[in-house]
Design a protein around this ligand. Structure first.
Ligand code: DC
Length: 225
């Protein structure tokens, strides 16, 4: 099978827009592979912070990315023999990921790894540059967003449920800072690509968003038969 004929649903959006949950549910529904591209940036950040590498040292970050010993098994993420699925979700690694993501050499070092997820019968990939850089030929492109206030509330609820004491104003400030950093960088900034479908999830529940994407994908699939 020609790899380019394997369908991709690319979903981009800002942090806490719900794209991870939505992308996962869409992939399960279709029986597709799933790529959480942000986890790769988080893994590089985790390793860099642990070794004590300066997050501006592009060469060292590229080196970490090239040698990242990561295994994805379903939802489980392993770095070497250590399971880091929950650890990399911490804000310190999200913010670190956002900082290192500005380096073009690091982004390039992660490209093949991301594209290797494109396997039959199809792939759902979420991130910031899935539509523009990693899978520009995706069958369906979606830009998912919500107001920063609603995203902060969602993240606050998630963290409270995990028993983490947090302040909603700090979360809102972090989200706005991350949006700003992810959007102004020169290489592969977060922005809606012209050919993607825009979904504002501010007033929508997860199931509604998932169904919307599945409908859009089935319309495309019918047209292409
Ligand atoms: O989606 P996330 O919150 O796990 O991503 C963490 C950071 O990684 C995000 O703030 C920017 C970076 N990232 C990126 O630059 N490109 C991607 N495709 C995915 C994530």
């Amino acid at each position: 099978m020609n790899i380019n004929s394997i369908p991709v649903i690319a979903i981009d959006g800002p942090s806490a827009s719900g794209k991870g949950t939505v992308a996962q549910l869409v992939s399960e529904n279709l029986g597709f592979q799933y790529l959480d591209s942000g986890s790769l940036y988080r893994l590089v950040a985790l390793k860099a912070i642990r070794i004590g590498i300066d997050l501006n040292d592009e060469k060292a970050l590229e080196n970490i990315a090239q040698n990242l010993d990561v295994t994805f098994t379903g939802r489980k993420i392993q770095l070497g023999i250590e399971e880091v699925t929950d650890l990399i979700r911490q804000e310190i690694y999200g913010n670190g990921a956002s900082k290192i993501a500005a380096h073009s050499r690091l982004r390039e070092a992660l490209l093949d790894r991301q594209r290797a997820f494109r396997k039959g019968p199809g792939l759902v990939a979420d991130g910031r540059d899935m539509c523009s850089v990693v899978f520009p030929d995706a069958a369906l492109k979606v830009f998912l967003t919500a107001t920063a206030e609603v995203r902060a509330k969602r993240r606050y609820k998630q963290l409270m449920e995990k028993g983490e004491g947090v302040n909603i104003n700090t979360i809102l400030r972090d989200i706005e800072e991350r949006d700003r950093r992810d959007s102004i960088r020169v290489f592969a900034p977060l922005k809606q690509s012209k050919d993607s479908s825009f979904i504002d999830t501010t007033l929508l529940g997860i199931t509604e968003v998932v169904n919307k994407i599945l409908e859009q994908y089935s319309e495309i699939s019918i047209k292409s038969i």
